[in-house]
Design a protein around this ligand. Structure first.
Ligand code: NAI
Length: 248
């Protein structure tokens, strides 16, 4: 049912975690993948693994995003799938957040979607359509403790998704958002450490995890692959929790 043969995909934050798994799944399903990330060493590694192209990029910088899109066009002739996934978290409340941290989280998590999409949407429109998937978070829907900029940014991603779906639906561009729950990536391991927990104790807190486990990057990747594919042809503007019904 899910076949991405001949499609051109961009995955931001593709050097690690959810992005890395998604780059692999999209490639397995036949897509040509451009991996865009700050981390050149791991990004090159992923590109080699999945037979894709790596472009070093800071998604908060316009020129870098332009270069990523240009690389996808040069390598694969256009862009059919854009996975806006790169993201960072800073732990603070309104009382202790540094303004620079607020600006950084907003730039990486939200402005990046604007910078990538404004180049990709016209290409998709000219080609007759495409699929954009944004990575939100459960905390973009229900909020969470001591991550005020992150929660604000992911709330923005959720609503930006709906607005983009409305604006660009007439060009057959579908825009959806995956909202992962706790997922076993470097970001979650850093989180656990910052909260003074060991990774094991964090992962073992099963009370709020009905399926008895946290997410694995591939769980999110497979949802993204579905959204990217023609199997999801009438799915747009959706905000999809991929969290095993977890409430943590
Ligand atoms: P991760 O830390 O493993 O991967 C994030 C990737 O983004 C890294 O490769 C990093 O180098 C890259 N990146 C960071 N800043 C960048 C920038 N300015 N430009 C380009 N690349 C940059 O984290 P993970 O967990 O895979 O996160 C992916 C997305 O999933 C993020 O948007 C995150 O907020 C979201 N998410 C993760 C959850 C989790 O529990 N792991 C839960 C909910 C959402």
């Amino acid at each position: 049912m899910i076949d991405l043969s001949g499609k051109s995909a961009i995955v931001t934050g593709g050097a690690s975690g959810i992005g890395r798994a998604t780059a692999a799944v999209l490639a397995e399903l036949g897509a040509g993948v451009v991996i865009a990330d700050l981390d050149a060493e791991r990004g090159e590694e992923v590109a080699k693994e999945v037979g894709g192209v790596f472009v070093r990029c800071d998604v908060s910088r316009a020129a870098d995003c332009d270069a990523v899109v240009a690389a996808a066009v040069a390598a694969h002739g256009g862009v059919d799938v854009l996975f806006n996934n790169a993201g960072i978290i800073r732990r603070s409340t309104v009382l202790d957040i540094a303004e620079d941290d607020w600006d950084l989280v907003m730039a990486v998590n939200v402005k990046s979607i604007l910078l990538m999409s404004r180049r990709v949407v016209p290409l998709m429109a000219a080609a007759g359509g495409g699929s954009i998937v944004n990575t939100g978070s459960g905390w973009g829907i229900k909020g969470g403790a001591s991550a005020i900029s992150y929660c604000a940014s992911k709330g923005a991603v959720v609503n930006m998704t709906r607005a983009m779906a409305i604006d660009h639906g007439p060009q057959n561009i579908r825009v959806n958002c995956v909202c992962p729950g706790d997922t076993a990536t470097g970001m979650l391991a850093d989180e656990a450490r910052q909260l003074g927990e060991t990774v094991d104790s964090f992962y073992a807190d099963a009370a709020d995890r009905p399926l008895g486990r946290i997410g694995q990057p591939r769980d999110i990747a497979q949802t993204v692959a579905f959204l990217a594919s023609d199997a999801a042809a009438f799915l747009s503007g959706a905000v999809i929790p991929v969290d095993g019904a977890g409430t943590a």
